[in-house]
Design a protein around this ligand. Structure first.
Ligand code: SAH
Ligand code: F3S
Length: 475
């Protein structure tokens, strides 16, 4: 059977989609290749969030077409995911070497389409259609020894929903991923149980806007399509008297929390707008829900937040942070921030800087604003010049790094629990684990420590990394 290499660009959801596709291909008899140079099929799973992510994938495909196809003309080339969805047939018009373009609701058809190409039934395939129920098709994991490392996976991502209805004015995701569609609690719990049975100890629940999990399409711009109403997940039967006040997302967390053998639960990404007290309270109540939160703020200026259509104010964001820290002292908090949104003044940017100093994020991912096709922000007046964006980005990065360094340095001398994930990618003599608050810890350990919850004493710090010494007797 042919071998396949999948290269992934972008977010954790894309990583998860690639893993599910790889697993579906393996189930059909395909093998996984170690690199594009030896593969019979090369698939690029793409990201559209910023222009440079798209350019990277296009350049890569051009190189592969020019280089690999020259020596091995029968190699099959394909684009998957967000850019495949937004550009469709255009990609083949522009890059005629490409055989396959598969959108975000059709990942599960990849194996069938490859079969068609290898059997000579089709040559060029483009499928970017919507498919009812596609949110339930990202469920397979690479756990059966199909790759060496995945065989012993300690952590896993589980996709709980697809799409987003928030329509932030800068964001292409609602167009590439479609309407919000949630899987049922029963379906998600069954997948998590299976993972735990294979030795997984930590699960991250994934979605573009997990705080909207299981809610009706209240922000939908499209009129309802007959028969396309998303399935409303079943409320947990494990409930308590508070059941009716709890959001479906908190009900889902509770149901996953019940799984015996599961040690840790994380999720990404929530939206401040839907961050109710029930979710804050879940942190105080559920010990497996670790003290770590990624909460994208995007800007510290109320004026910019409004232009972005974010649906909260700076004060509301700060209130959530205060409540989270009240519920769980030592909460690790990270965020996403956009620099240079159209119309952002020096004073608006100052508000973002001051918000970062006030919150003291453990880390934040900074994005230079990139105009995206058909999004309202791309047509807004006062687009910010590149040089100004660069300069603000550099200033904010320095602030984030300074705060991060202080926060990481404060761990030195402390004892903390980590979950050991495996050998470090950079130095296989070292093992790597993560604290409950999501900080990476490197230590001199051995393979037998994989999957263990272990206490380590932090001895020094690197860049957004901690170094530890096992503190347990009998190590
Ligand atoms: N809700 C999703 C957001 C996906 S996009 C999630 O957090 O998983 C990830 C981040 O990319 C956003 O939080 C935002 O900070 C950034 N981003 C999105 N569109 C952008 C654009 N047009 N330019 C720059 N950054 C952008
Ligand atoms: Fe994008 Fe805003 Fe949704 S950032 S993914 S439209 S919450």
């Amino acid at each position: 059977m042919p071998s396949v290499y999948i290269k992934t660009y972008g977010c954790q959801m894309n990583e998860r989609d690639s893993e599910a596709v790889a697993s579906q291909l393996v189930a059909k008899g395909y093998t996984l290749a170690a690199s594009e140079h030896v593969a019979d099929v090369v698939l690029l799973n793409t990201c559209s969030v910023r222009d440079n992510a798209e350019q990277k994938a296009i350049n890569k495909m051009e190189n592969i077409a020019g280089d690999i196809r020259k020596h091995r003309p029968n190699v099959v080339l394909g684009f998957l995911g967000c850019m495949a969805q937004s550009r469709g047939q255009d990609l083949i018009d522009r890059l005629p070497d490409v055989d396959l373009v598969i959108g975000t609701q059709k990942f599960h058809r990849t194996a069938d389409y490859l079969d068609d190409i290898f059997a000579g039934r089709s040559t060029k395939i483009v499928d970017t259609a919507a498919e009812q129920g596609s949110e339930g098709t990202i469920r397979e994991h690479l756990l059966n020894g199909s790759t060496k490392d995945k065989a012993k996976a300690v952590t896993a991502f589980v996709s709980i929903m697809q799409g987003c209805n928030q329509y932030c004015t800068f964001c292409i995701v609602p167009y590439t991923r479609g309407e919000e569609r949630s899987r049922s609690i029963a379906d998600i719990v069954a997948e998590c149980r299976q993972l735990v049975a294979h030795g997984v100890k930590e699960i991250t629940l994934l979605g573009q806007i997990v705080t909207s999990y299981g809610r009706r399409r209240s922000n939908s711009r499209e009129s309802k399509v007959e028969g396309r109403e998303p399935e409303i997940p079943q409320p947990s039967t494990l409930g308590s008297r508070l059941l009716t006040a709890k959001s479906p997302f908190v009900q889902l967390i509770e149901a996953v929390h019940e799984i015996e053998g599961l040690e840790r639960i994380r999720f990404t990404s929530p939206h401040p707008k839907g961050y109710g007290d029930d979710l804050v309270e879940a942190y105080a109540r559920l010990p497996k829900l670790v003290e770590s939160a990624h909460l994208p703020v995007q800007s510290g200026s109320d004026r910019v937040l409004k232009l972005m259509h974010r649906g909260y104010t700076r004060e509301r964001f700060l209130e959530i942070i205060r409540k989270l820290r009240g519920a769980r002292p030592g909460m690790g908090i990270t965020s996403d921030i956009i620099v240079g949104f159209p119309g952002e003044t020096e004073s608006d940017f100052g508000e973002t800087l001051s918000l970062c100093c006030e919150v003291e994020f453990d880390n934040a991912y900074l994005f230079k604003y990139s105009p995206r096709k058909d999004t309202p922000a791309a047509a807004m007046p006062d687009q910010i010049p590149e040089t100004v964006i660069e300069e603000r980005h550099a200033r904010l990065l320095e602030t984030i790094n300074d705060i991060g360094k202080r926060k990481y340095d404060a761990f030195v001398g402390r004892q903390t629990q980590i979950l050991v994930e495996g050998p470090s990618k950079k130095n296989s003599a070292r093992m790597t684990g993560r604290t409950r608050c999501n900080k990476i810890v490197l230590f001199d350990g051995a393979e037998r420590h994989r999957g263990q919850l272990m206490d380590v004493k932090i001895t020094r710090t690197g860049s957004f990394t901690l170094y530890g010494d096992p503190a347990v007797v009998g190590f």
